[in-house]
Design a binder for this molecule. Structure first.
Ligand SMILES: [Zn+2]
Length: 179
């Protein structure tokens, strides 16, 4: 990391932080906002599980509107126990039926390995309980993610689970055959 591109902590404290900018943007947003009068149940009855990648604008890429879907994001769009927790609540308490998984090209997890955990242990004296969930083959990672959703005993609906790779250079989705 280049230090010149990152002001020191002291410099950050003297000026507005990025969070201050976001809070200001929210004031402008709220000034234009009118209560949509929506219920919490997603209109399209779909939950989208996606990578947190900053280049993936899910709502724009999928033509989603406010209120349409549940969005569950983490590093890699990995189907962890916590993602299953959210999907279970999404389906059982809030009526969704379909699950869409979105991984993408050029993911940060492709350049990591499980050594990341051991390096953390060397640095801080404690190995995290969680897996890094690094992968080499994005298609295979989508396939195994679909499997994790389909085989979860907690979900009510596992018949409509589809997985995709979003190309960060073209904006196009490519569907992954589950077989
Ligand atoms: Zn990613």
């Amino acid at each position: 990391m280049s230090t010149s591109a990152h002001p020191s902590a002291d410099a950050i404290r003297t000026g507005p932080t990025v969070t201050d900018r976001l809070v200001e943007a929210n004031e402008r947003y709220a000034a234009e906002f009118t209560d949509p009068g929506m219920d919490a149940r997603p209109v399209l009855r779909v939950a989208v599980v996606a990578c947190m990648d900053a280049r993936l604008d899910l709502h724009a890429a999928l033509g989603l509107e406010l209120g349409d879907c549940h969005t569950i994001r983490n590093a890699g769009g990995v189907v962890t126990d916590d993602v299953i927790r959210s999907l279970t609540i999404s389906q059982r308490a809030l009526g969704t039926r379909s699950v869409m998984l979105v991984h993408h090209t050029n993911c940060g997890l492709e350049s990591l390995t499980e050594d990341f955990r051991h390096e953390l242990e060397d640095e801080v004296g404690q190995r995290p309980a969680w897996a890094v969930e690094a992968f080499r083959d994005v298609d295979q990672d989508v396939r195994q993610s679909m499997q994790r959703v389909r085989t979860s005993p907690f979900l009510l609906h596992s018949d409509d689970v589809r997985g995709f790779v979003f190309d960060v250079t073209t904006g196009l989705l490519r569907e992954i055959d589950p077989a």
